[in-house]
Design a protein around this ligand. Structure first.
Ligand SMILES: NC(=O)c1ccc[n+]([C@@H]2O[C@H](COP(=O)([O-])OP(=O)(O)OC[C@H]3O[C@@H](n4cnc5c(N)ncnc54)[C@H](O)[C@@H]3O)[C@@H](O)[C@H]2O)c1
Length: 247
């Protein structure tokens, strides 16, 4: 039997810090059962331990670029919770550099993690969600996937690929009441953006109509909406969460 949405199990990748951690905290507070995925087992444990008392959570250390491990994680989650209601493909990496100086390795890394990892998890949960005739998939893309960015050709390609994957999955799984949407954050203050030079940060801020950088919880609230019953008729969309930056 499928879970009711509010107690359904949701897999969140990249949950050890940043936006993924904020999503985990938000969904735990909303009463979802959670399966938290990232490579670092200890950091995942710390995130799980800091969730509100009563939160039902399991931690699943995994490299999402490894399809066999991803399948094993989905099997573990299914065995523990009996159903997978939602999947939030959030884990991601950058490997910035100008195109002409970019090695083939640097080109492949964001694609292998961001795009392939999203594919591996989506493929693993799809049969379960189709069988139970309900499910929600939310993929974290980026405004860079819509606009492109100098120095981020690899990352931009991975994030644009996620948007195309999202639309295709929405079309393939929609007949079984499984939705698939993307969220495209703008500049969110996390470890990923902490090392950017002050000049870059100031230039970005000047381009944001809401005059502040985003926080993890700004993205988490939109993810929660896309998992909620209110979003039942929304699929194949990309919701931009950027303070108006690319509006
Ligand atoms: N921070 C931003 O401004 C911003 C903007 C747009 C999109 N995003 C996207 O949001 C997502 C989260 O970003 P963040 O800023 O929190 O990043 P972050 O670097 O703080 O966290 C990334 C998370 O992904 C995990 N991860 C990375 N590679 C992994 C792998 N191979 N297997 C398993 N887990 C892996 C990390 O352990 C970590 O938990 C990413 O997909 C990122 O591209 C971030």
């Amino acid at each position: 039997m499928a879970e009711t949405p509010t107690r359904g199990a949701v897999i969140v990748t990249g949950a050890s810090r940043g936006i993924g951690r904020a999503i985990a905290e938000d969904l735990a507070a909303a009463g979802y059962r959670l399966a938290l995925v990232a490579r670092d087992a200890q950091r995942l444990q710390e995130v799980a331990a800091a969730l509100p008392a009563g939160a039902e959570v399991m931690t699943c250390p995994a490299d999402i670029a490894d399809p066999a491990r991803v399948q094993a994680v989905v099997d573990e989650v299914q065995a523990r919770y009996g159903a997978v209601w939602g999947l939030v493909n959030n884990a991601g990496v950058t490997a910035d550099g100008l195109l002409m100086r970019m090695s083939a390795e640097a080109w492949k890394r964001p694609l292998a993690v961001n795009l392939d990892g999203t594919f591996h998890f989506t493929r693993a949960v799809a049969p379960l969600m189709m069988r139970q005739r309900e499910g929600r998939i939310v993929n974290i893309s980026s405004v860079i996937g819509l606009t492109g960015n100098a120095g981020q050709a690899n990352y931009a390609a991975s994030k644009a690929g996620i948007i195309a994957l999202t639309k295709s999955v929405a079309k393939e799984l929609g007949g079984r009441n499984v939705t698939c949407n993307a969220v495209a954050p703008g500049f969110i203050a996390t470890d990923m953006t902490a090392d950017l030079p002050d000049k870059v940060r100031a230039d970005m801020l000047a381009r944001i109509p809401l005059k502040r950088f985003g926080e993890g919880k700004d993205v988490a609230g939109v993810v929660r909406f896309l998992l909620s019953p209110e979003a039942a008729y929304v699929t194949g969309q990309t919701l931009v969460v950027d303070g108006g930056m690319i509006a």
